[in-house]
Design a protein around this ligand. Structure first.
Ligand code: UDP
Length: 464
């Protein structure tokens, strides 16, 4: 450990949701483990939020302390149509008094995730260096930074554009792949999104969970930006040997090398009944081994589970699966209700592919285990992630149409799973993922680009 920063104390604000909390805790652990920095993680909570990190079993370095902020109630501010981004931004806004109170004693710097940018002015009040941590990729970050200009340049809804949306120096974005809040300019979450995008340039620098070898062109383009963008990734969970002792891991131990595909839609993803049926049939017809993290189908939004992730005990009935599916696939697959130890599963040698919703944490967990993906995006920035992985990075195949625009049929699923697990295409994608896994290790090791970036950032903080 480099202990040059042993007297530094930083606070990192995490908005609710696994996809934010996990990378925040990983950043905290990294700062503590590699650099000896003391870290307070300020966690925005609501009365309804379950104690999420207990699900994670993520060992924290003793220098990392979690401070749960008092739960906020936003029910009087929203109606049932309020989208995820609206809710996240309101939760942070309602927590501002307790975030300010947590600045005593004053840390040396404040980091906020991108839904926490309303708290940046607190850092300014306390005259502290402040950073926005976007726990995602460079391309999405470029879109965020460019969105205030797009708002001025493009009249009407983005989805009605016939041409791809241009971002300077980056791959253009197809209108249908844009992030959720850009899909409807009339919804309140677009206003919240725009506020986030306008706030980001107020900070001293942006941290992203990516690395140069994954997105060389986009990271280069971001270097031209007025706000410094620091790639510090890929930060992913490491698996503790003790966690390998479970029925699930014992099942994996009995499967051949690289023979199992993990099917998981992150912390928030839910499918329709019809899509669940097609997916079940597709998996069965593929005759490939699988672990499938199943959730009760929804008639509502595809991110229905976002604020209510649980450990599975409340959802044990599987009557939504096709009749006979369980008995016909009992030697082929394993179903896990709601929540599975994804990091452990992906690092197991029996796993050879990942059908994923392309949340950025899941994506990184796949790549850093050298796994090819089937990209099945559902919400947030996942459609961009899927396009990036399939078209630019070359580690994923994906359905012909977006799964949010039409049901993916069983034959297509069968074909994709086979291609991933035993086809030439799967072999090529796996080769690329393995190559990237090596560059990820290089990026993070002492003297590697992501490690050096964090050292430089800490040097800036300590000299302020
Ligand atoms: N995760 C998990 N078990 C599950 C579902 C998700 O451990 O059953 C973890 C997953 O490994 C990842 C995080 O939750 O680290 C989800 O983050 P991601 O960015 O992939 O997607 P989000 O849930 O934010 O959509």
């Amino acid at each position: 450990m480099d202990s040059s920063w042993a007297n530094l104390h930083v606070a990192i604000l995490s908005s609710p949701g696994m996809g934010h909390l996990i990378p925040v805790l990983l950043l905290g652990n990294r700062l503590a483990t590699q650099h000896g920095v003391r870290v307070s993680v300020l966690l925005v909570t609501t009365a309804a939020s379950p104690p999420v990190w207990e699900l994670l079993k993520l060992p924290l370095h003793p220098l990392v302390q979690i401070l749960e902020l008092p739960p906020v109630d936003i029910s009087h501010l929203i109606d049932s149509s309020a989208k995820v981004v609206t809710q996240l931004c309101l939760m942070v806004r309602e927590s501002l008094p307790s975030i300010r109170a947590a600045m005593d004693p004053r840390p040396h710097a404040l980091f906020v995730d991108h839904f926490g940018t309303d708290a940046l002015h607190i850092a300014a009040e306390f005259n502290m260096p402040n950073y926005v941590y976007i726990p995602s990729n460079a391309w999405f970050t470029a879109l965020l930074l460019h969105s205030p200009l797009l708002h001025q340049q493009i009249p009407g809804d983005y989805v009605d554009q016939t041409d791809p949306i241009q971002i300077p120096g980056c791959k253009p974005v197809r209108p249908e792949d844009l992030v959720d809040p850009m899909l409807d300019r009339k919804d309140q979450q677009y206003q919240e999104y725009l506020k986030v995008c306008t706030n980001i340039p107020l900070c001293d620098g942006v941290l992203i969970n990516s690395w140069k070898d994954l997105e060389p062109k986009t990271i280069q383009a971001l270097a031209e930006n007025r706000i410094p963008v620091h790639p510090i990734g890929p930060l992913t969970r490491e698996v503790e040997p003790g966690n390998r002792d479970s029925d699930l891991v014992r099942w994996l131990d009995r499967q051949p090398h690289e023979s199992v595909v993990l099917v998981s839609f992150g912390s928030g993803g839910v499918l329709s009944q019809q899509q669940m049926t097609e997916l079940a049939w597709g998996l069965e017809l593929s005759r490939q081994r699988f672990i499938w993290v199943v959730r009760h189908p929804t008639q509502g939004a595809v991110d229905d589970a976002f604020f209510r992730v649980t450990n599975g005990h409340d959802d044990a009935t599987l009557d939504y699966l096709p009749q006979g599916f369980l008995s016909r696939t009992q030697n082929l697959g394993l179903l896990v209700p709601n929540w599975a130890p994804q990091a452990e599963i992906l690092s197991h040698p029996a796993v050879g592919g990942f059908l994923s919703h392309c949340g950025w944490n899941s994506t990184l967990e796949g790549i850093t285990n050298g796994l090819p993906l089937i990209a099945w995006p559902l919400y947030a920035e996942q459609k961009m992630n899927a396009a990036l992985l399939a078209e630019e990075v070359g580690v994923a195949l994906r359905p012909r149409a977006l799964p949010t625009s039409q049901v993916v049929g069983r034959e297509e699923i069968e074909m994709m799973v086979r291609a991933l697990m035993e086809g030439e295409q799967g072999r090529r994608l796996r080769g690329k993922a393995r190559q990237l896994r090596m560059t990820a290790v290089e990026a993070l090791k002492v003297g590697g680009p992501s490690h050096t970036t964090l050292c430089d950032l800490l040097a800036n903080i300590s000299s302020t």
